[in-house]
Design a protein around this ligand. Structure first.
Ligand code: SF4
Ligand code: SF4
Length: 386
């Protein structure tokens, strides 16, 4: 008799506030729908929580996982007998500073969670990776028994959407992350690397903070959007696919979905996903501001530079918002820099040289003023209409 493949389970729980007691009840309800926290940990295990801390920012800005969600998940694992650790490797700056600004350090200190080392790591081979066969993984992940991922529902220019799969990129310490943009400029290769990273670090559980999401110019400079939902799953691909359906984004457009299915990490097909808890339709937001076209494989060597410049969204600096801080120049991973003071006039905002730009969008992602947005060239606009 043919073996019946089990469906991926995604639990949805309504939560319309970050009031701690209400978030705790909602998290408890979500965990119970999946069997309770004790399904995911044994007594005396070390569990590391991995919130999204792209950069230290006030929780109201919706750049980071909210401290109330972080606290509720950590408390639930503590009650199940685990020792709880936490960490992330932000886009730049030390983890502890960013955690403090994001309000997570205070909550962790109050709750007895320990900061894990995400500033340094060790090499780990991954022969089963589809594309990347070894990674340097943060010590804080390697030294724990299990990882619990706490993504934030946000937009992202490169992979359209940042959720559970992308959250694990912070398990790679420091500036090693930016090297992946240089080595894998094609968004589909980059997404496959993210999938490989997930099959290596294998989060035991993902809990997505979608109480307040970020739309528009994410993942740092977009607008907060109330979505009132927490999502729970052991399958990061199914969880992301469900969040995508909620914001009316076809999961097939997100470049992590297909390699995620191919690698066995999870499934994005709705027929293979069982939704438990709340009805998904009540959270649908068809006006959520997200790019709904697939990223073009325009940074691949298959395309000549002039084609890339005709069809790929380009980062553009709004001079009125730019404070000339230089973060974008520092974060640009290519050599020579594609965004720089090319005219040597450092009193004015930097400028982009698009022939050098690999469209990794690290400059847009890290600009502290939200001064960089994406513009589609004419041909890309025509393509998207077709
Ligand atoms: S990071 Fe933003 S504010 Fe700073 S120089 Fe670049 S564009 Fe201007
Ligand atoms: S200019 Fe921006 S998008 Fe282009 S390579 Fe540099 S950081 Fe990436």
């Amino acid at each position: 008799m043919a073996k019946i493949k089990k469906k991926a389970v995604v639990a949805l729980v309504r939560c319309d506030t970050y009031q701690e007691d209400k978030v705790f009840s909602a998290v408890r309800e979500g965990l119970d729908l999946l069997g309770g926290a004790s399904v995911f940990t044994k007594s005396n295990e070390k569990i590391v929580l991995k919130p999204n801390v792209l950069i230290g920012a006030n929780p109201d800005n919706c750049v980071t996982t909210h401290p109330a969600v972080f606290k509720a998940v950590g408390r639930s694992f503590m009650e199940a007998g685990a020792s709880v650790y936490y960490g992330d490797s932000p886009a730049f700056g030390r983890a502890e500073f960013n955690m403090r600004v994001a309000g997570l350090k205070r909550v962790a200190d109050e709750s007895g969670f320990s900061l894990a080392d995400f500033d340094a790591g060790r090499p780990v081979s991954h022969p089963k990776g589809l594309l990347v066969k070894s990674f340097v993984i943060a010590n804080g992940v390697l030294d724990c028994d299990g990882l619990v991922s706490l993504p934030k529902l946000k937009t992202h220019p490169l992979v359209r959407f940042t959720g559970a799969v992308k959250n694990q990129f912070g398990c790679v310490p420091g500036l090693l992350k930016s090297q992946y943009h240089v080595k894998l400029p094609d968004p589909y290769d980059f997404a496959t690397m993210l999938v490989d990273l997930n099959t290596l670090v294998k989060p035991r559980l993902c809990v997505m903070d979608g109480v307040m999401a970020m739309e528009g110019n994410g993942p740092r400079s977009g607008k907060p959007k109330k979505m009132n939902v927490l999502l729970f799953s052991t399958d990061p691909i199914a969880l992301d696919a469900t969040a995508c359906r909620i914001i009316d984004l076809d999961p097939a457009v997100v470049p992590t979905s297909k390699p995620g299915e191919h690698s066995g990490l999870g499934t994005y097909h709705s027929k293979n996903i069982e939704i438990v808890g709340e009805n998904m339709e009540q959270f649908f937001d068809h006006n959520f501001d997200v790019i709904r076209t697939p990223p073009l494989p325009c940074t691949s060597s298959r395309f000549k530079t002039w084609v890339k410049n005709q069809i790929c969204e380009r980062p553009v600096i709004d001079e009125a918002k730019c404070t000339n801080c230089g973060t974008c120049v520092m974060m640009c991973p290519v050599d020579p820099k594609a965004v720089n003071w090319h005219t040597l006039e450092t009193s004015r905002p930097p400028t982009h040289k698009y022939d050098l730009c690999i469209r990794c969008y690290c400059c847009q992602e890290t600009c502290p003023e939200g001064a960089i947005h994406l513009e589609s060239p004419l041909l890309a606009r025509l393509f998207s209409r077709i």
